[in-house]
Design a protein around this ligand. Structure first.
Ligand code: KIV
Length: 279
């Protein structure tokens, strides 16, 4: 049985901090699932860390579906949330169609979309139709060309707007909301005002949960490490060493060894070659 949105709500009520991590394929989903992470987000951050784009903007719904399917196949217990990519929820009708594909064709248990009060009608309709929605406010990466990459809500008016956005997302029926790149004090204040859990990234320790991008926290992505990311491993280095060792062994003939190949008795080989020569 997978974790449900009700259990996530209970975790918040009990004051249990909620870990969430991104994953984009079968293997990473399996690892996160077995590690007991309750929430796996198939984020459109895959545009950068998997597909090599400079932002999430080029990511398509079909690309998301491809990765969400793999993550669903790789997980059994975690609740899988599929991100709706840029321009796939510009109207209620379009959002229903996009979220419907993410749920029905890819098999996720929830969707995430960016936006505050302006996204409330879309969130409300999806929830009404039985689609659990995670909101996402603060720095919203799909708007990077509009707002740049910087901490949001430092000024009073912007901070007040974020509080209003969080309340609107909750009132629309979202089961949780990501707070990205906002001052820690503001994130804590928003968390205290909401019933639903806040999941922070670059928003301090006062959120109900935290999310990290798989490649950032494992040291797999070397182009850029955001300040809010913590490296728990340096896998790019380790993998690089392993790949170099493999290439060196191929070059010097040490790989493959007899244990990596199938053997054939000499008489059987001789008979086969004789037959081949007679043809
Ligand atoms: O796409 C993503 O990975 C995200 C998280 C950073 C919250 O939106």
């Amino acid at each position: 049985m997978r974790v449900t949105i009700l259990e996530i709500q209970k975790m918040k009520e009990r004051g249990e901090r909620i870990p969430m991590i991104t994953a984009y394929d079968y293997t990473s989903a399996q690892i996160a699932d077995r590690a007991g992470v309750p929430l796996i987000l198939v984020g459109d951050s895959l545009g950068m860390v998997v597909l090599g784009h400079s932002s999430t903007v080029p990511v398509t719904l079909d690309e998301m579906l491809h990765h969400i399917r793999a993550v669903v196949r790789g997980s059994q217990r975690s609740l899988v949330i599929g991100d709706l990519p840029f321009l796939t929820y510009t109207s209620v009708e379009q959002a229903v169609a996009s979220a419907g594909r993410v749920m029905q064709e890819a098999g996720s248990q929830a969707v995430k979309l960016e936006g505050g009060a302006a996204a409330a009608p879309v969130i409300a309709r999806l929830v009404e139709l039985g689609i659990p929605v995670m909101g996402h406010i603060g720095f919203t990466p799909q708007s990077v060309n509009q707002i740049g990459t910087r901490v949001q809500g430092r000024q009073a008016a912007a901070a007040a707007q974020l509080v209003a956005d969080a309340l609107a997302v909750e009132a629309a029926g979202a089961f949780a909301v990501v707070l990205e790149l906002i001052p820690a004090e503001l994130a804590a204040a928003i968390t205290a005002r909401l019933r639903i859990p806040t999941i922070g990234i670059g928003a301090g320790a006062g959120c109900a949960g935290q999310v990290q991008v798989w490649h950032d926290m494992l040291g797999l992505y070397s182009d850029f490490l955001p300040r809010h990311a913590k490296r728990y491993a340096s896998l790019a280095e380790q993998i690089g060493q392993a790949v170099s060792a493999y290439a060196a062994e191929v070059r010097d003939g040490a790989f493959p060894g007899p244990e990596h190949s199938a053997a054939m008795p000499a008489e059987a080989l001789r008979a086969a070659l004789d037959q081949a020569d007679d043809r």
